[in-house]
Design a protein around this ligand. Structure first.
Ligand code: DQA
Length: 149
């Protein structure tokens, strides 16, 4: 079913724009452009509309969360390292007003202990980690189902 209630804002935070230069064992070796293109292809398959945002500035990410309900119906959030400690993002997510899924390319639970904590999870309907780019497909499917409920 095609619906106009299907705009999913894919929000990437700090250092995600550099994934092509980061450890491929964790991040899979795709460039950021290739990652966004893969997500866009998944979105087309699932008949949802993906839009994209990335910043390395925490305040800009907060401000994007302030306006996300005007831009989209749902959000996928990979906030990078901020996910583990930015209470400011966690607070903003609480009143963002759209359902969100947290995604991590790498298996954060199998990495350093500080990555095991998420200050965003509470504001999300689900978390998908350790599945690489496929994790975004899963997140899109979760949000599509959520929007069709
Ligand atoms: C990440 C995991 C974080 O721990 C890390 O700081 C990142 C990327 C991921 O996608 O696996 O920058 O969010």
């Amino acid at each position: 079913m095609s619906t106009s209630h299907n705009r999913i804002h894919v929000m990437h935070g700090v250092n995600l724009d550099q994934i092509g230069r980061r450890d491929p064992a964790h991040y899979g070796g795709l460039t950021f452009l290739q990652l966004e293109q893969a997500i866009d292809a998944y979105a087309s398959e699932l008949d949802v509309n993906a839009r994209f945002f990335q910043t390395n500035h925490e305040g800009e990410f907060v401000e994007e969360l302030h306006r996300v309900a005007d831009l989209a119906d749902a959000a996928i959030i990979n906030a990078g390292a901020w996910s583990h400690y930015s209470r400011a993002l966690g607070d903003a997510l609480q009143f963002a007003g759209v359902p969100a899924v947290e995604v991590h390319l790498s298996d954060v639970h199998a990495r350093e202990e500080w990555r095991h904590v998420s200050v965003l999870a509470e504001g999300c309907v689900a978390t998908v980690a350790g599945k690489g780019v496929d994790g975004y497909r899963e997140a899109l499917a979760i949000l599509k189902a959520e929007l069709e409920r």
